[in-house]
Design a protein around this ligand. Sequence first.
Ligand code: AMP
Length: 211
Amino acid sequence: MKSHLIFIGAPGSGKGTQAARLVSLKGLKQVSTGDLLRGEIAKGTKLGEEVKSVMDTGNLVSDDLVVRLLQANINLESEQYIFDGYPRNLAQAQTLDKEVLKGVKATAVFFDIDQKKLIERLTNRRTCKDCTSIYNLISKKPKIEGVCDKCGGTNLVQRADDKEDVIKNRLEVFQKTVDPVLDYYKQSNRLVIVNADSSEDEIFSKISSIL
Ligand code: AMP
């Protein structure tokens, strides 16, 4: 089995966009803990109710809950995964090795980007409610305003936590927790850094070369 990928990057650093390309062009499977959590909220499950208020503020939900949700939604033997949005802190990185990967190979990819650019990217981000395709009102507009290029859906929405005050908190939470995670993967020679400010194609080819 080839190496799994672990995407690490601030909200808006382009992880989701690259993951979508790797899924459609390379056959990888993306597992985003943020998407799984939003799915629970949309389904109105008890877990969804539990996490909604935390997610609305941009803080992290409990490590234990997230890893259980992750485990319930992956099959490491049959798929090559992109872990998107997990791990978010050192404890989660250690749990991922001990309880999920258990010796299976995985490479961490850090999307390195200037924080100032992120607020603009995030406030202009729109997501298709029907197929989760990601757009940007400045740099990646849909061909027809308000219509998803991929599925034709007309629900291009702003995520509840992409509002400026929540974004600031999400970026702060990211900054506070990321360094030990990067050190963890660096120490075990499993860290690749990409310049997330370069073009989508350049980033894609750099990541593809790891596979
Ligand atoms: P994301 O879609 O990755 O930006 O995540 C959106 C929100 O979901 C975060 O702000 C957290 O509240 C929650 N979340 C997603 N992944 C995790 C994780 N690995 N650990 C804790 N909370 C998470």
